[in-house]
Design a protein around this ligand. Structure first.
Ligand code: ZN
Length: 262
């Protein structure tokens, strides 16, 4: 195989930060935030965000603006009026139209230095695994346990970190999981819980959990900070209280245990 050509006249290589990128990310480069090397690692990273609505939309916004180089968002269906209390990538002008295309367009309008790939549906088992294998990290923002556990299984099989963010009412949860090192989502939910289709949610908690999910993704992908591995963070927004729990891995888990099913 022929090696890639050297960049001319000392210009940055394809994986290095250009002067324009350094200018764009200037406010997040420095002590206590990202180093140039960490920013470069973000540029080289691919993240999968499945569902880019109430939680996934703000998560996608934050990783796009932070400069994660390749972002894959997956979301099916058309934008409906009740979505606009929380789905920040949507707009009044996009009502009745496919969510995925307009969400992708919005993200691309924010940062010309990143690539946004759009999957206009919720992935099935096969596609979730295929996408997870192309990603360095998965952010699961799906409302249903079936989808969350599907993304968990894909992340476990692909051996990439999973950040699971969820919401109900004014409460949000966040789990930062590392396959085969921490608990996985199936360790916590051996049986798939029932799902309430029209659950209540206030958009402010969606945005908060999506932003926190993005922050942990940025930390993990760039190698900065101290991710709360294997922990469940619950923010009870109704009472303004925060709880942390260390999750325990189940050695008999059917997904990540010693004798996984399937
Ligand atoms: Zn497990």
């Amino acid at each position: 195989m022929t090696p890639p050509p050297e960049p001319p006249d000392g210009a940055p290589g394809p994986d290095e930060l250009t002067a324009e990128e350094q200018e764009r990310y200037a406010r997040q480069l420095g002590p206590g935030v990202l180093t140039p090397a960490a920013q470069t690692r973000l540029k080289q990273a691919t993240v999968l965000i499945s569902r880019a609505g109430g939680i996934g939309g703000p998560a996608a916004l934050a990783v796009t603006m932070a400069g994660v180089g390749h972002i894959i968002i997956a979301h099916g269906g058309n934008l409906e009026s009740p979505d606009l209390n929380r789905q920040v990538l949507g707009a009044e002008s996009g009502l009745g139209q496919a969510r995925a295309a307009q969400f992708g367009q919005r993200l691309r309008s924010l940062n010309r230095f990143v690539t946004v790939e759009v999957i206009p549906r919720e992935p099935d088992d096969t596609e979730a695994l295929s996408l997870a294998r192309r990603a360095h990290l998965v952010i699961a923002c799906a409302p249903t346990f079936v989808e969350r556990l599907r993304l968990n299984a894909a992340a476990v099989a692909a051996r990439v970190p999973l950040i699971d963010a969820a919401q109900w009412g004014m409460t949000g949860t966040l789990m930062v999981l590392q396959p085969h090192r921490t608990a996985c989502l199936r360790c916590i939910y051996p049986e798939t819980p029932p799902f309430e289709e029209q659950f209540p949610v206030v958009g402010a908690i969606s945005s908060a959990m999506g932003s926190l999910a993005a922050l942990e993704a940025i930390k993990i992908l760039s190698g900065c900070g101290d991710p709360p591995w294997g922990q469940l963070l619950t923010y009870d927004g109704f009472r303004g209280r925060c709880h942390h729990v260390q999750l325990r891995r189940d050695p008999l888990c059917c997904c990540c245990g010693q004798n996984p099913a399937g």
